[in-house]
Write a protein that binds this ligand. Structure first.
Ligand code: PEP
Ligand code: MN
Length: 264
């Protein structure tokens, strides 16, 4: 299989506007869960950049559990990300929900995110597989490692070799936190596949105070990067404020991560 370490021995390094993902240096993608107001998005982008993040995250299309929850700004949200990129130079990652939006994402995003809920949306996987735009594929809520890798295979078999795997926690019997971060998935995926492995400690825990310890553990376990939710005013966030950390906390965490990364 194309995803396998047997097929390709060397680690895949994905170049996103000069940011090399899967390289020795860890890649930190940070930003709000959802794109909200323009000034807020641009403000957070400046803050995460100054702390050392190299990719800006932000959802314009949000896959919410309830149809009454904020669904995202859509096209306008993508435009805010483009503006934040113009001002900071940070490439952007954003989630696609619908194959009909592919042209829009090819134009406005630097990395297309496939969310956990769409890990087995095979038509969406085939669609993003038809281009060479980098893809961040998140592990499904209850997906096994095998199923996760087969979803990546769907994308790669269509021709797109720029795929990153993202462990974001899985559903277990534990209800104390939102999901259970599968730390063993990190060395396992690195062993089975040559693709970069990114960890999302925010959705994996659903609790802001668990984000720093899980980020450190993920880097110590060999992750190539992290996807972290940062918001300047988490109490007022339109989505996932409870798992978002403030820029000051993010900055402190970045300092700790640099030390751990240097040691692994
Ligand atoms: C997200 O990263 O915005 C998101 C919705 O995450 P997940 O698909 O992992 O739940
Ligand atoms: Mn979120």
């Amino acid at each position: 299989k194309l995803v396998s370490r047997e097929f390709k021995k060397e680690n895949t390094i994905i170049d996103v506007n000069g940011v090399k993902i899967g390289d020795k240096k860890i890649t930190i993608m940070a930003g709000p869960c959802a794109v909200e107001r323009l000034e807020l998005t641009v403000g957070i982008a400046h803050e995460v950049k100054s702390a050392g993040a190299t990719v800006l995250r932000g959802g314009a299309y949000k896959p919410r559990t309830s149809p009454y929850s904020f669904q995202g700004l859509g096209r306008e949200g993508l435009d805010y990300l483009v503006e934040a990129k113009k001002q900071t130079g940070l490439p952007v990652v954003s989630e696609i929900l619908d194959t009909r939006d592919i042209e829009l994402f090819l134009e406005k995003a630097d990395i297309i995110q496939i969310g956990a809920r769409n890990m087995q949306n095979f038509e969406l996987l085939k669609e993003v597989g038809a281009y060479d735009k980098p893809v961040l594929l998140k592990r499904g809520l209850s997906a096994t490692i095998k199923e996760f890798l087969l979803s990546a295979e769907y994308i790669m078999s269509r021709g797109n070799r720029n795929v990153m795997l993202c462990e974001r926690g899985i559903r277990t019997f534990e209800t104390q936190y939102r999901n259970t971060l599968d730390l063993a998935a990190i060395p396992t995926l690195k062993d089975l596949s040559h693709l970069p492995v990114i960890v999302d400690p925010s959705h994996a825990t659903g609790k802001w105070d668990l984000v720093a310890p899980m980020s450190k553990a993920a880097i110590a376990a060999g992750a190539d990067g992290l996807l972290i939710e940062v918001h300047s005013n988490p109490e007022c966030a339109l989505c996932d404020g409870e798992e978002s950390i403030r820029p000051s906390k993010f900055k402190e965490l970045m300092g700790d991560l640099r030390k751990i990364a240097a040691a692994v």
